[in-house]
Design a protein around this ligand. Structure first.
Ligand code: NDP
Ligand code: MG
Length: 416
């Protein structure tokens, strides 16, 4: 589709039934994207697929097109798009292949679309996610980096477009489920006092290096960092879980999604990953959401809200779990967690900078250009060197993100 992004991508007239919701899945070939397709396929009468997007994985996208027959597939490059077109043509499949960032925005804001699953990894998801919000869609937010890097601007856009934002991230989904219904209607404006809420308890497993001797952490390999004890996820979030920056990004995400201050947010280690997070009330009650570590539960919750949908997730067997344990995260083991918490209260430029530096560092670590220990060094140094001043619009956010990437890349080049 060429030209203007306020385009007229139209769903075929036979696509929408009275009850079915029309969906775009951003990042369909990823871990969240594939889990979303799995849940949708269990409810063909309730959902129809408008568009799916990927960056470079042609074979995975072809498999999705074969099974789910979306109207549009968006790829990140012309090379990937033309390969996909050839393969689709050979199979007589008529999914139309689009290419590039403009088309990501177009399939997110298209007037026929009701629901957008935002599951691109990293900053690349910001503009299409914002486009869906500005178009007033129901946005299922997995792409936490988009919110971390644009915070107040993102939340203001949700408010002014009257979009519906539902958290897919399992912790935020758990918190959402444990909040009173009145708060769920407008969680981004929550008043903790008005609703008798004391605080949010954000749980995290501590990742694969929770018990690794401290002296051995800096030299851990990408394979070890990606071997999460409980969750099967994409590579970037797996590394973030090993550093616990993921929990730091989630802390920032919670701050925006639930409008809380520093006294209203705590992080607790819970290695079993069965309690997905909790809300503590002023009468002493704590309400938690529990479940298998399987993202199909929060995805199904968001897709069906306020109804419940079957997700294919196995029932929880408490006798198999045996025991729940809890601990405080150790500062020396997870330096990036505190860095993120500090950045959260420092202001937008700090969280945008941290997110960008981390994306560059994690990519370099996965490419074996830097050690695991250098991820924290790069994030810390980039935050020290960056210009931390107010960011008043998305252009300023993108400039801040680009500047942080330059600083982080310089650090990597220096060390080579
Ligand atoms: P994956 O790496 O598995 O998938 C990422 C998806 O984004 C793929 O479809 C990929 O396409 C696409 N993509 C990558 N880079 C770009 C780009 N530059 N432009 C457009 N598309 C791109 O990630 P996950 O599914 O694990 O995570 C997705 C998001 O959800 C992240 O923000 C993560 O933090 C969040 N999340 C994930 C959870 C999980 O359990 N996995 C849990 C909670 C949150 P391609 O396949 O072609 O590379
Ligand atoms: Mg999470």
């Amino acid at each position: 589709m060429s030209g203007d992004s306020s385009m007229a991508i139209a769903a075929p007239s036979n696509m929408r039934t009275n009850k079915s919701a029309v969906i775009t899945i951003l990042g369909a070939t990823g871990s969240i994207g594939l889990n979303t397709l799995d849940v949708i396929a269990r409810h063909p009468e309730q959902f129809s697929l408008f568009a799916v997007t990927a960056h470079s994985k042609v074979a995975e996208m072809l498999a999705i097109c074969k099974q789910h027959k979306p109207r549009y597939a968006v790829m990140g490059s012309e090379t990937a798009a033309s390969k996909l077109r050839t393969e689709l043509h050979a199979l007589s499949l008529n999914t139309e292949v689009l290419v590039g960032e403009k088309e990501l925005v177009a399939v997110s804001e298209a007037s026929d679309v009701d629901v957008v699953m935002a599951a691109i990894v990293g900053a690349a998801g910001l503009l299409p996610t914002l486009a869906a919000i500005r178009a007033g869609k129901r946005v299922l937010l997995a792409n936490k980096e988009a919110l971390v890097m644009s915070g107040q601007l993102f939340i203001d856009a949700v408010r002014s477009a009257n979009a519906q934002l539902l958290p897919v991230d399992s912790e935020h989904n758990a918190i959402f489920q444990a909040l009173p219904q009145a708060v769920q209607q407008d969680s981004i404006s929550t008043s903790f006092q008005e609703h008798g809420i004391r605080k949010i308890l954000l749980t995290g497993s501590g990742g694969p290096f929770r018990e690794t001797p401290l002296a051995e952490i800096a030299s851990q390999t990408p394979a070890a960092a990606c071997a999460h004890p409980n969750w099967l996820m994409g590579a970037k979030i797996s590394v973030d879980s090993a550093t616990m920056l993921n929990k730091g990004l989630e802390y920032i995400e919670a701050r925006w999604l639930f409008n809380c201050n520093a006294d209203q947010l705590d992080v607790i280690l819970h290695p079993q990953s069965v309690i997905h997070s909790m809300v503590q009330y002023i009468d002493g009650s704590v309400i938690a959401q529990l479940g298998q570590p399987d993202m199909r539960t929060p995805i199904a919750y968001c897709l069906g809200y306020p109804e419940r949908l079957a997700s294919g997730v196995a029932d929880l067997d408490f006798t198999e779990i045996g025991a729940f344990t809890f601990a405080k995260p150790e500062a020396e083991r997870y330096p990036l967690l505190q860095l993120a918490i500090d950045a959260c209260w420092q202001g937008q430029a700090a969280t945008t900078t941290l997110n960008a530096a981390n994306e560059v560092a994690v990519a370099a670590f996965l490419n074996e250009q830097i050690s695991f220990g250098e991820i924290a060094e790069i994030c810390t140094e980039t935050l020290q060197k960056a210009n931390i001043s107010p960011l008043n619009d998305i252009e300023a956010v993108l400039n801040c993100d680009a500047e942080a990437r330059r600083i982080a890349r310089k650090h990597i080049q220096r060390g080579r």
